[in-house]
Design a protein around this ligand. Sequence first.
Ligand SMILES: *Cc1c(COP(=O)(O)O)cnc(C)c1O
Length: 587
Amino acid sequence: MRKESSMAAPQASTITRTPVAYFSMEIAIEPEMNTYSGGLGVLAGDTLRAAADLSIPLVAVTLAHRRGYFRQLLSPEGVQTEVEQPWPTDAFTEMEPARATVEIEGRAVHVRALRHDIHGVTGHIVPVYLLDTDLEENDLRDRTLTDRLYGGDPDYRLRQEAVLGLGGARILLALGLEPSVYHMNEGHAALLTVALVGRALAGRTLAQAGNAEFGRVREQCVFTTHTPVPAGHDRFGMEQACRILGHDTVGMLERAGGCHEGLLNMTYVALRFSRFVNGVAMQHGIVSQQMFPGYHIDAITNGVHAATWASEPFLAVFDRHVPRWRRDNVTLRYAIDIPESEIIEAHRAAKQLLLDAVVDGCGEQLSLDVFTIGFARRAATYKRMDLLFTDSARLVAMAKKFGGLQVVYAGKAHPADEPGKAKIKRVIELAHQLSDGLLRIVYLENYEWKLGGLLTAGVDLWLNTPKRPYEASGTSGMKAALNGVPSLSILDGWWIEGWIEGVTGWAIEDRDEEGAEADSLYTQLEDVILPLFHTQPELWRRVMRSAIALNGSFFNTQRMVEQYTLNAYFPQAAETEYIAAESGVLA
Ligand SMILES: *Cc1c(COP(=O)(O)O)cnc(C)c1O
C-alpha cells in the first residue's frame, strides 16, 4: 500500500475520489482537543487512528466544538458544576479556505473547516475536518453553533445537526473530495442524506425527489446505531423541524420514511437511507433488530485503538515481546507467551501511575499492595454506579476479611441529567461515610481521556454494572483487558463476547432484581476473586495474561475497521474500486 493516499492535499478545482467519509458529532482526536464527551467520541477517534494505521482511504467530519463539552468540578458534598472548556484551535488545526453554506431558519449560514491530520503507523494520513461557523459574515446567532458539544436546547441541537450533515457533505465537495461511501456514526449526522438527495436531483427541487433518488443515496450510505436507550435517539417536533430546516426538506424526509410517531427521527432517517446498518456488539445487533423490525441490522463489535490505550509500561512489554503488534494487533494473541513476571511488573508500574494521579486529584494516598477496583464511565443511571453499595455492610466486612479494599470512581453526568448527578452525589456521600482504614473509596473529578487511560490500566479489577440490555457495547473494559486488567461485569454489550469465566474475568449473574444482581457481585468478589488474588497469585497472573492475549488481540479498532471495510464500505463489486483508489488509479 502507498504511504499517502490519493486524497492528500487535494486541489479545490479537481475532484479527488476518496472512498469513505466518516461523520461523527464527537471525535476524541487528541487529549487536549475538547471535542468529545465520552464513549462515542473515543470510539470515533480510535476508529480513525486504526483507519490511518491500516492506510484506509478515509476522511472524517465533525464540529469544532470551540468551547468543548465541559470540565467537571465536584464539591466536597458531591455536587457537580460545569465550566467551559475552550481549546486552542490554532495550535491543533489548519484553517481550510473552502466554504459551504447551509440554510437554517431561512438564513444562509456559512461554514468552513479546520483540518487536523491523524497519522498512522506507516505514515498514512486521515484528515479530520472540524466544521466552524464562527465567521464574521454569519448572523451572531449562528456564529456560536459550533461552540458547545451537546449544549443548549433542542433547537440548538437540530441546527448543529444541520451544520454537521448538510455543511459537512457540502464542504467535502468544496474541498475537492467526492466520497463514494458516507458513514454516519450515530444518527446526529443523518441530515447529510439531504445533501446527497439534492445532488442526485441534479438541479430539480427537493419536492421532486422520489424513490429513484432515495435509492441512489442509499447506495452510498452506511449507518452505525450506538444505543438501545430511547433517549439516545434524536427526535424533533415537526413544527420545529420545518422552522429550522424548511418545509421542502422536512416534506422530503417524511416521504422518505424519516418520521416516526409524528416526529422527525434521525435514526429513521439514517435507517431509511443506508444500505448497511449495524449495532456495535452481537447482542446489540439483536436488540436493535427488535427495535427496528423493518430493517436489516447487522453487528460489528466495537474495539479500542490498542497503541492509544496500552499504558506506557505495557507498550514497552509488547514492543519487546510482540514486535509487530502496532501494525498487526492480532499478534497480541502471542502475549500468552510473555513471562508472568513482566506482566506483574508492568501492572505495578501502571498502578503506581494511577496512585500518583489519585494523590494529585484528591490528596488521598492509596496503597500499591491493596486490591483496587475501578469504576469509571458516564454517570447515566442505567450504568448503576452505586450497585456496589447495595449492601454496604457487606462491602465493609469484605474489606476487613481480606485486609483492605480500595475503590476508585470517576465519571461526569450530562449537565441536564439530574438523576445522573444524584448518583454521583450518592457515591461521594457513601465514599465519605464508609471509608476507614481498610475500605478506601475515592471519586476523581473530571473523567476524560488521560484519566481513563490511567484508571483502566492501573486498577486490579474493572467493574461494570449496567442494567441489561442498555449497554450497547462498552469499551472501557476493553482498555482494561489490553492492560491485563480483568473485568467483573454484567453480561451485556461486548462482555457477552469477551467473557470466559475465570479466564478473562467474571460475570455478574443475570437476575431480574437489582438486589439479586448485587448479591451475585458480592459473592463473586468474596468467594472467587479476592481469594484468587490473595492466595493464588500465580493463577491471578494467568488471568491477567489471558485478558491481553484473548481480548486485547480481538477487541481493538484494527479488527473492527477491517470488518467495516469488508462488510460495510467495500463489499463485493465496490472492492475493485477500493483497490483502484488505493493504487491511485482513480485519483
Ligand atoms: C473509554 C471511555 C469511555 C467509554 O467507556 P464505557 O465503558 O463505554 O462507558 C468514556 N469516557 C472516556 C473518557 C473514555 O476514555
